[in-house]
Ligand binder design. Structure first.
Ligand code: SF4
Length: 478
């Protein structure tokens, strides 16, 4: 067990794929001998320990390097239930040590050329460049500012390579005119509705087209999930293209789970020329909750925050991740998922701020059944002064049965169904479940509609698209 990451189990490190010079191999061995027992180091070769309060984030089975996923809880990781969420520990320790501001810096995805090798070589090179003598002298200086400046001068280039240049600043969009109907309506100050239409389970598009036609005049935009719950369906890209052809404004969801960084950049340009401008970046449900046999649950190529950072720079700076310039950059309105009930509201608020800094312009939240909890989360966002930097659409899903209520509460990461609602379903007759579900959804919408910072609703009917027009009408939003 490692000393600085309590509960951390020993895991085999990555090994390099190529033969390295003797000195590098020696340095790698020393680094592994020291950081292995202390931090449970897996030799990712791209060390982030200083930013994560000296808890190694590579413990996370999703390989998240910029904070927890929407399913983070203090009790357990939903991918590996035998251990707690490592990111909860990182947040908890960072807040206790007063280092939470360090969690805001947008950190790069792994440089896979470095995986399995040492990070100390980079540190030594950076120190030499700065001047080893000056660095050591500054360490002993009583001037705290000088100390931290020289530390940053050495370590910042190590963790932020020139192809990434991540920071912890807000970058306002570098354009004025909206790219989509959704963006136009949100900018105009309208209280908007978006709806989710489930992608078909086969190549048949009849129901998909009927659902799109049914809701398109009632909502600002229509979302298509990207293999939700890690289960295969028609792609979000194909559904978005069909929606655009039918005159609707699609929201393309992209799950990092199924993408590499090159695939993301290629897909986004393809989507753009098909009339898709709204893009929702999510890390995606882990394969563990998908159908068996379970596919790769291990490290992702990038997370949602890194996707946002890559896409924002493509749009605003006209560059690929590798720095190549592009003639005609994509026109994107970027969104992200927000999870008000995962971990603690103050932790989540920091995570949402990081998403906004990376490029998120709108949030669609996880399912809301607890108005008070939503209010607390919004208050935390307000404390961080970010409510005016993002549009927030609250996720609403009518529950269709007692079983669904129980399933959502116990199995879906980041969803909390209060006991009072569970009790109402327990006390209801089976024939009345759907009516009760609609009644509860309308009650919640009524309670949260006026909350400061809320810009609309995102209706997720989970295959029950026919109920969407009724909910919009009875909520007085048509
Ligand atoms: S972040 Fe990477 S290099 Fe640093 S301790 Fe963790 S696995 Fe090792």
């Amino acid at each position: 067990m490692s000393l600085f990451t309590p509960g951390r189990r020993w895991q085999p490190p990555f090994f390099p794929f190529k033969k390295e010079p003797f000195r590098k191999r020696v340095l790698r061995k020393i680094e592994r001998w020291i950081k292995g027992p202390l931090f449970g180091c897996r030799m990712c070769g791209n060390c982030l320990l200083q930013e994560t309060a000296f808890v190694c984030p590579m413990e996370c089975p999703k390989g998240m390097r910029n904070g927890p996923c929407g399913g983070s809880t203090p009790e357990r990781c939903y991918v590996d239930e035998t251990r707690p969420c490592i990111w909860y520990k990182i947040y908890d320790r960072s807040f206790k040590m007063g280092r939470e501001h360090m969690l805001l810096e947008v950190l790069p995805p792994l440089d896979w050329d470095k995986v399995g090798t040492e990070t100390w070589g980079d540190v030594i090179r950076s120190m030499r460049k700065f001047g080893s003598g000056s660095f050591i002298k500054d360490r002993f200086s009583s001037n705290r500012e000088k100390k931290s400046q020289s530390w940053e001068a050495v370590f910042q280039p190590v963790r932020q390579p020139s192809w990434w240049k991540g920071d912890s600043l807000y970058h306002p969009p570098a354009y004025e005119d909206p790219f989509s109907k959704l963006e136009r309506e949100l900018k105009s100050g309208k209280f908007v509705i978006t709806a989710e239409v489930s992608p078909p389970l086969s190549t048949a598009t009849g129901k998909l087209k009927r659902d799109i036609a049914m809701v398109k005049e009632l909502v600002a935009a229509i979302n298509f999930t990207d293999s939700a719950s890690a289960s295969p369906r028609m792609s979000s890209m194909a559904c978005s293209k069909i929606a655009a052809e039918l005159g609707a404004d699609p929201v393309l969801q992209i799950a990092a789970r199924d993408k590499t960084r090159s695939g993301l950049q290629s897909d986004i340009m393809g989507a753009n020329v098909m009339g898709v401008h709204n893009v929702l970046c999510i890390t995606g449900d882990n394969a563990r909750i998908g159908p068996t046999p379970t596919s790769n649950t291990n490290i992702l190529d990038m997370d949602a925050i890194q996707m946002l950072w890559i896409l924002r720079r493509m749009r605003d700076e006209g560059i690929y991740l590798d720095g190549r310039k592009m003639k005609s950059p994509p026109e994107l309105f970027l969104g992200a998922a927000a999870s008000p009930f995962a971990s603690e509201p103050r932790f989540q608020a920091l995570r949402e701020e990081k998403k906004i800094n990376a490029g998120a312009q709108f949030f669609q939240t996880n399912l809301i059944y607890d108005p008070k909890g939503l209010e607390l989360w919004l208050e935390e966002l307000d404390k961080r002064n970010i409510l005016d930097k993002v549009y927030i659409l609250a996720g609403v899903t009518p529950i269709r049965s007692n079983r669904m209520a129980q399933y959502l509460h116990h199995n879906i990461p980041g969803v909390r169904v209060p006991q009072a609602i569970l009790d109402r379903f327990e006390a209801s007759r089976e024939d009345d479940y759907e009516e009760l579900g609609v009644e509860i959804a309308l009650e919640i919408m009524e309670q949260i509609k006026g909350l400061q910072g809320l810009n609309g609703f995102h209706l997720m009917s989970v295959g029950w698209e026919a109920i969407v027009p009724r909910i919009i009408s009875e909520a007085g939003l048509s």
